[in-house]
Design a protein around this ligand. Structure first.
Ligand SMILES: C[S@@+](CC[C@H](N)C(=O)[O-])C[C@H]1O[C@@H](n2cnc3c(N)ncnc32)[C@H](O)[C@@H]1O
Length: 243
């Protein structure tokens, strides 16, 4: 069991409540900072991850921890499913997602709801695919979240998870540490007005299981044929599994 890292060290509230509060605080600047801090590479990561579902041609997709919806919008663009449902515990993030849905006129294809990954309000086997980008690291109980995502996935359906990992090779490892430890919190503080959010980011990545540790956890929960694909020298990873 890895160490529990929470956004606000001086608060007693559960990780889930702190995470929801933090994303409410940063929701308005989240999209801008995402693209700015990743130098736009997050767009490529999302595209690569969603491409892994192309063979399955899923019609009903659940995007867990959908936030402002960018992973789901990419799924709609690439996979053209009948319906994507996005769930998230942050009302602020979902408000931005809803604004984007309206602007893009995607109300028929994409619906967002308040929802907790650890207690999904859907029937068993109800989605052809489940996706989650940069969400699982924030779960209070990772195993429970993964198990719930498996429960609502139909047999034979695929899960695609995109999450930060840590580069291992010189000099990317050193540059990454410097960037994540000093530059990211500084820029985050200036633009988002939540000084904790962008120190929580590197701290939560540091303790999060990655690579084979993560796929082993997926298998423990019940996923089969789990795979791990490393992106951009290991800064990010795509995990897939089948029910
Ligand atoms: C870094 S954002 C990622 C948003 C989006 N998927 C993206 O790719 O930009 C993480 C999101 O996870 C959500 N989240 C954290 N824990 C959650 C949980 N237990 N259930 C649902 N959403 C959760 C947060 O509210 C936040 O919107």
């Amino acid at each position: 069991m890895s160490k529990v890292v929470t956004p606000y060290k001086d608060q007693q509230a559960a990780k889930k409540d702190q995470v929801a509060g933090m994303f409410n605080n940063i929701s308005k600047t989240y999209d801008f900072l995402n693209h700015f801090l990743s130098l736009g590479i997050d767009i490529i990561w999302r595209k690569k991850a969603i491409n892994m579902l192309k063979v399955d041609k899923p019609e009903k997709v659940l995007d867990v921890a959908t936030g402002t919806g960018d992973f789901a919008f990419e799924a709609i663009r690439i996979l053209k499913p009948e319906k994507v449902v996005g769930v998230d515990i942050s009302r602020g993030m979902l408000d931005i997602a809803e604004e984007k849905i309206r602007k893009r006129n995607l109300q028929q294809q994409f619906e967002v709801r308040m929802g907790d990954s650890e207690k999904l309000l859907f029937e068993d086997n109800s989605f052809d695919a489940v996706t989650s980008a940069f969400g699982v690291r924030n779960f209070e109980n990772l195993e429970k979240g993964l198990a719930e995502m498996l429960r609502v996935l139909r047999p034979g359906g695929r899960i695609v998870i995109l999450e930060f990992s840590k580069p291992k090779v010189f000099p990317v490892k050193q540059l990454y540490h410097f960037y994540f430890k000093y530059i990211t919190p500084f820029i985050g503080r200036v633009f988002s007005r939540d000084s904790s959010a962008y120190t929580y980011l590197p701290e939560s990545v540091a303790v999060f299981p990655e690579g084979q540790d993560f796929t082993a956890l997926m298998r423990k929960v019940g996923y089969q044929d789990t795979k791990n694909r490393i992106l951009t020298f290991g800064i990010c990873s795509i995990y897939t599994g089948i029910k």
